[in-house]
Design a protein around this ligand. Structure first.
Ligand code: HEM
Length: 259
């Protein structure tokens, strides 16, 4: 198993584990226990509009994480293309019409105050935007872009996992300052998104570089170059068109292998 696959599996297991831990906490919410960590101090407004955002949010949130795991998995997509399309539609609807708007509403009452609320509000907006662009590019059959937007959407949804990791780390380090919660509200989505963009650029650059080196001088003859057109093995478009959509700039000397 390659290091990349191993890391993917570990990340998926982490997402699953956190999702299970989050759902196990729902016994505090059904019925609402106002002595629990999250609901403490919310009794005065919970039964107004808050509950109408809160319950749909906590019902749909874990579903979007599980669906996200299945949707970004290449094997699942290639083996079950119909299921991918159905799950994708459900995911877009859940994100656009449930998780993002309810998160936006709840951001107004963020426990850590307005600075954290602004972070959550922008997260809701960004997640909805990514889902919308993911849907639009899929409909237009621009699959490489579709994939990028949906990966960004999933990275944003994983903010819920990163948020809990940051809280756990702060706990272990015994940092109990107010700024930690504000940092978590922003860092939980900006950090995974930045990591995603960085990883994507480095990966694309290294693939392109390895293709500029003549085949006879490459360390291995496994022909990595052929993976550039195949970065997104969805049907649709020639390899060159797909690379254009990926934003790949071919350096001088680069000749696409599959046409
Ligand atoms: C668009 C992405 C999301 C946004 C903007 C968002 C926003 C929020 C906000 C503002 C709160 C209240 C925080 C506070 O008052 O301090 C919250 C709570 C919560 N969210 Fe989300 N959220 C998102 C995604 C998710 C996902 C994917 C899950 C899946 C597990 C989830 C599960 C929860 C749960 C269970 C709570 C209640 C607190 C807890 O039990 O820890 N959220 N969310």
């Amino acid at each position: 198993m390659s290091l990349r696959r191993l890391l993917n599996w570990l990340a998926a297991l982490l997402v699953l584990k956190v999702t299970i831990v989050v759902v196990l906490k729902y016994r505090d919410y059904l019925p609402p226990n106002f002595d629990s960590d999250f609901l403490q101090g919310r009794e005065s407004y919970f039964f107004d509009s808050y509950q109408w955002a809160f319950y749909p949010h906590i019902a749909a949130g874990p579903l979007t994480l599980i669906l996200g795991l299945l949707l970004i998995n290449d094997r699942v997509r290639l083996r079950f293309p119909k299921a991918h399309r159905v799950m994708g539609r459900v995911q877009i609807l859940l994100v656009l019409f449930v998780v993002a708007p309810s998160g936006f509403w709840m951001a107004y009452r963020a426990a850590a105050g307005p600075a954290a609320g602004l972070g959550f509000g922008l997260l809701a907006f960004a997640t909805g935007l990514f889902a919308f662009l993911g849907w639009r590019t899929a409909v237009r059959r621009r699959f490489a872009e579709h994939r990028r937007w949906m990966e960004r959407c999933f990275a944003a949804l994983c903010s819920t996992v990163v948020l809990r990791l940051i809280a756990g780390l702060a706990n272990v380090a015994r940092v109990d300052a107010a700024w930690v919660d504000v940092f978590a509200a922003w860092g939980s989505w900006l950090l995974p998104l930045a990591a995603f963009e960085l990883f994507r650029v480095v990966r694309v650059q290294s693939l392109i570089q390895s293709c500029v080196v003549p085949r006879s001088e490459r360390a291995s003859d496994s022909d990595q170059c052929s993976t550039i057109p195949a970065l997104h093995p969805h049907p649709g478009g020639t390899s060159t068109e797909r690379n254009d959509r990926l934003g790949l700039r071919s350096p001088p000397g680069y000749r696409p292998i599959h046409r």
